[in-house]
Ligand binder design. Structure first.
Ligand SMILES: [Zn+2]
Length: 505
């Protein structure tokens, strides 16, 4: 009896795994989901109308798959909507520049502001800088270092002579050091310098946060309250910088549209397929939903988002009556400090205390190549058991590490680990994530590698299925951590408070 029972389970198990692969391969919804989310809705900055649209879109999408879903409020944020940015050089010649306002930048009130561009000067000390400040009035001030090369290092490595590459790096290091000193001597920092320039009556802040790849800049939030802060591509920033240095007095015109929308609510989108045998135990699929807004947040974290949505769709179709409840969390405001997931952990002890496993994906479009046990002593036991059911072409890509160390941050799994729940990161192959897409203006649909994303959707669905079916509840026993660099015993991370009211003074 026991033998035939386990045989039939094995057969059913194989049939469901096979079905998941078939559905994901032959009826993939990934391209459509990506298009609707990234191209139609766009980036999902916390507090923006697009974030709200994405929350509503996800709930509606789950409903079409007969999966119950809701938006759960966890906080409030400064409401802001990005409009168009136009930046043109108008003197000494005319050229449209590649650039955009930072998130939360004040707009130009429907006007085009034209003014000279100056470089933050290299002065003796903060006193001298304070004396200079009034001359910033009415001008755009450049506050980023001039990059000596617009070619990424890998390009130099491939084509430069070794001597020339070394020479460039040495010069760049010296220049970086000199620039750091120049800013330090103002007595201000990256945050307080724009504020001081604003107070002095500057027309706007011009910067360039090069991401060290062709065409890629990182776009974060502005530190000004009245004047626009714009980021300009390395090429155009360099042009303005050289013109300013050579005394050719560049002038630019900036029009930036932005709407302040007051205080708006922020949500996590939660959907679930109720468990039949152990409805109060949870398998959680996890991916943050928000993004920065220089691009469309395609790989951070559009891809993680559609992986989990697609996994849920497939599970509902092939495994509609799971043993345990399968819940998916699309978290808000991960980018400002894991806020949505930290709030969920704080608000739902009844779920967090009954988690079988959390699988989070949030480092790009690549296929999963690493999984670690996050310090849970017995994680090797259940994770390797579940992974053994994953088809070989996907499984063989994944390196495991046990017990590993508990992640204290980086993405939303850490919110759960801090609460002692077995939560894991499905860690992707990088596909030049850090340079080209992560938080950049180039994080767009075209960077998605759909075959890798498909593989991840299959993996997430199978792991959720196996974790749900496992006869045993997972162990939460924690490993003793090695001594830290100071020789003190390592300490497990503790739950952190989310920011429930953000961007508001
Ligand atoms: Zn992310």
């Amino acid at each position: 009896m026991l033998l035939s029972g386990s045989n039939s389970f094995a057969q059913r198990n194989d049939a469901i795994v096979e079905g998941i692969v078939k559905e994901a391969t032959e009826n993939s919804q990934l391209e459509k989901l990506a298009h609707e989310l990234l191209d139609v809705i766009g980036p999902r900055l916390v507090g923006s109308p697009q974030m709200q649209q994405a929350n509503d879109w996800a709930v509606a999408k789950y409903k079409t798959w007969n999966i119950s879903a809701k938006n759960e409020k966890w906080g409030e944020w400064r409401g802001w909507e990005r409009g168009a940015s136009h930046i043109d050089m108008v003197s000494p010649r005319v050229k449209s520049l590649e650039g955009m306002q930072l998130a939360w930048s004040p707009g130009t009130a429907g006007k085009t502001v034209t003014a000279e561009v100056v470089i933050v000067p290299d002065l003796a000390d903060s006193l001298a800088f304070q004396k200079w400040l009034p001359t910033a009035k009415g001008k755009f001030v450049m506050i980023s270092m001039y990059q000596p090369t617009g070619r990424p290092d890998y390009n130099w490595k491939e084509f430069a002579t070794e001597e020339s590459f070394e020479k460039m790096k040495k010069e760049r290091d010296l220049q970086t050091e000199a620039w750091t000193k120049r800013i330090a001597k103002t007595g201000l920092n990256a945050r307080s310098l724009p504020a001081a320039l604003e107070k002095a009556g500057a027309a706007g802040i011009v910067m360039s946060y090069w991401s060290k790849g062709f065409g890629a800049n990182k776009i974060f939030g502005a530190n000004t309250k009245k004047i626009p802060t714009v980021d300009i591509s390395l090429e155009d920033y360099g042009l303005l910088y050289r013109l300013a240095e050579s005394g050719n007095t560049p002038k630019i015109s900036v029009r930036a549209d932005a709407k302040e929308l007051g205080v708006v609510p922020t949500f996590n989108t939660i959907a679930e397929i109720k468990g039949t045998e152990k409805p109060d135990e949870y398998v959680i699929l996890s991916a943050h939903f928000d993004s920065w807004d220089g691009g469309t947040g395609a790989t951070d974290n559009g891809t993680g988002t559609i992986v989990m949505m697609e996994a849920m769709r497939i599970l509902k179709k092939l495994y509609p009556n799971p043993k345990r409840t399968i819940l998916v969390g699309h978290w808000g405001s991960e980018e400002q400090g894991l806020n949505g997931s930290r709030a969920f952990v704080e608000d739902h002890p009844e779920i967090v205390n009954n988690i079988q496993a959390v699988f989070n994906q949030d480092n790009g479009t690549g296929r999963v190549v690493n999984m670690a046990g996050q310090g849970f002593l017995n994680s090797y036991d259940y994770l390797t058991r579940w992974l053994s059911k994953v088809p070989e072409p996907i499984r063989k890509q994944i390196e495991t590490k046990f017990p590993g160390a508990p992640g204290a941050g980086g993405s939303d799994f850490a919110s759960f680990v801090a609460a002692g729940a077995p939560a894991f990161s499905l860690s992707s192959l990088n596909w030049s994530y850090g340079t080209y897409t992560w938080h950049t203006n180039r994080d767009t649909y075209d960077k998605i590698v759909f075959d890798d994303v498909r593989s991840n959707a299959i993996l997430a669905a199978i792991l959720a299925y196996e974790a749900s079916e496992d006869p045993a509840k997972t162990s939460r026993d924690k490993s003793v951590l090695p001594l830290n660099s100071k020789g003190e015993p390592g300490v497990w991370p503790k739950p952190q408070k989310p920011t429930r009211r953000g961007g508001l003074d």
